[in-house]
Design a protein around this ligand. Structure first.
Ligand SMILES: CCCCCCCCC/C=C/C(=O)SCCNC(=O)CCNC(=O)[C@H](O)C(C)(C)COP(=O)(O)OP(=O)(O)OC[C@H]1O[C@@H](n2cnc3c(N)ncnc32)[C@H](O)[C@@H]1OP(=O)(O)O
Ligand SMILES: NC(=O)C1=CN([C@@H]2O[C@H](COP(=O)(O)OP(=O)(O)OC[C@H]3O[C@@H](n4cnc5c(N)ncnc54)[C@H](OP(=O)(O)O)[C@@H]3O)[C@@H](O)[C@H]2O)C=CC1
Length: 306
């Protein structure tokens, strides 16, 4: 008879696993060597604003966009992280990225950001709402502040960006393209209920706006990543991370480049007739597995109580 298990998830803070955790995700050296199927000038003449681009998928997307000829503006809260993207792009492409430290939760700061990018580049063609995140916890234990932080970042912050961008596009009579990075939430996700609520909100907001805003030639689409190995993995305990890839039938983790290439596609002329859609990039996780971002409680294990 197997020994009884005692695992119950508890609050996990990124520092709990110690300072020596492996750094995850594509580092600058790996980004520099990524290849792409796209032609060099695919995005030439286009200006893109990418949020949360000091790390992870946002950084990869900014770098790829610049490589494909786009003018790129980025934001995030931490200016030092943004600087690493500016430096990478400058060294690899010779282009200057406009970095504007901004908290997307602050609607006035978002308005100023849109103003600044318009002023600097003379317009914006594509906005990528990638900034976001959450912490893993059973919903019943969410603090009020924690719930509000996740909803405010992922739902409200994304909305402020969309509305400010669209108001400007309507005002100047120019077309627009919005790409929202959400998550694969179709079947919900235990220990991530706050983010599921926010992301589902963004998905259905996007589908609605794709209709309302088509009269101004503004397209709105979402990308739903599954398990994509990035710096963001620090938010999860090692024990949970060790199982993440088992949630998809390919039993692998995607990387930031997988998502960056999808962003480039949705930004390109090839996507001109795609509107209101959700592109899932998850290796088939939606049809197959489940993730427990804080670790699976005994109750749900095969030999757990039921
Ligand atoms: C998409 C797929 C789904 C998750 C499924 C996972 C599978 C897919 C793999 C990866 C998915 C990813 O998204 S990876 C990307 C992850 N990247 C990120 O999450 C980066 C950005 N995240 C954040 O900034 C934070 O997590 C977030 C809470 C959203 C905002 O933080 P802020 O800095 O504004 O706020 P804080 O001051 O830190 O926290 C505010 C309150 O939130 C609560 N709080 C914060 N951290 C907490 C913690 N670890 N455990 C409990 N509670 C916590 C506390 O009540 C805090 O108040 P006090 O008690 O007073 O402090
Ligand atoms: N990695 C994965 O498997 C998955 C990720 N996602 C989502 O994809 C997006 C990118 O994640 P990923 O690259 O993995 O993780 P990262 O943590 O590397 O990236 C998230 C970025 O968002 C920025 N950010 C967070 N809050 C704010 C804010 N209030 N204002 C402005 N910027 C903010 C962060 O920068 P700073 O701290 O400087 O503000 C950070 O650079 C996130 O929305 C994430 O939740 C969804 C599904 C799966």
């Amino acid at each position: 008879m197997s020994a009884p298990k005692t695992f119950e998830p508890k609050i996990f803070r990124p520092e709990d696993d110690g300072p020596d955790r492996p750094r995850r995700g594509l580092d600058d050296e790996s980004l520099r060597t990524q290849t792409t199927i796209y032609r060099d000038d695919l995005l030439a003449g286009q200006t893109m604003l990418i949020t949360g681009a000091g790390s992870g998928m946002g950084k990869a997307a900014a770098y790829l966009a610049a490589r494909l000829g786009a003018q790129v503006a980025i934001c995030g809260r931490d200016p030092d992280k943004l600087d690493t993207t500016v430096k990478l792009v400058r060294e690899e492409t010779g282009s200057e990225v406009l970095a504007v430290p901004t908290n997307i939760r602050d609607p006035e700061a978002v308005e100023a950001l849109i103003d600044k990018v318009h002023g600097h580049f003379g317009g914006i063609d594509t906005i990528v709402n990638n900034a976001g995140g959450q912490f893993p916890q059973d919903a019943i234990d969410f603090s009020r502040k924690g719930w509000l932080a996740v909803i405010d970042t992922n739902l409200n912050g994304t909305w402020w960006m969309m509305q400010e961008a669209a108001k400007r596009w309507r005002e100047i009579g120019k077309p627009g393209n919005i790409i929202n990075i959400v998550a694969n939430v179709e079947r919900g996700m235990p220990q991530a209920a706050h983010t599921c609520a926010a992301r589902a909100g963004v998905i259905y907001l996007s589908k609605t706006l794709a209709t309302e805003w088509s009269r101004w030639n503004i397209r709105v689409n979402c990308i739903g990543p599954g398990v994509i190995e990035t710096e963001g993995f620090r938010m999860y305990p090692e024990e949970a991370l060790a199982r993440f890839h088992k949630a998809n039938p390919m039993k692998m983790r995607g990387n930031a480049w997988d998502v960056a290439e999808a962003i480039a596609y949705l930004s390109s002329p090839a996507a001109r007739f795609i509107n209101g859609d959700l592109l899932i990039i998850d290796g088939g996780q939606a049809q197959w597995g489940v993730i427990w971002p804080a670790g699976m409680p005994d109750y749900f294990s095969e030999d757990g109580a039921a």
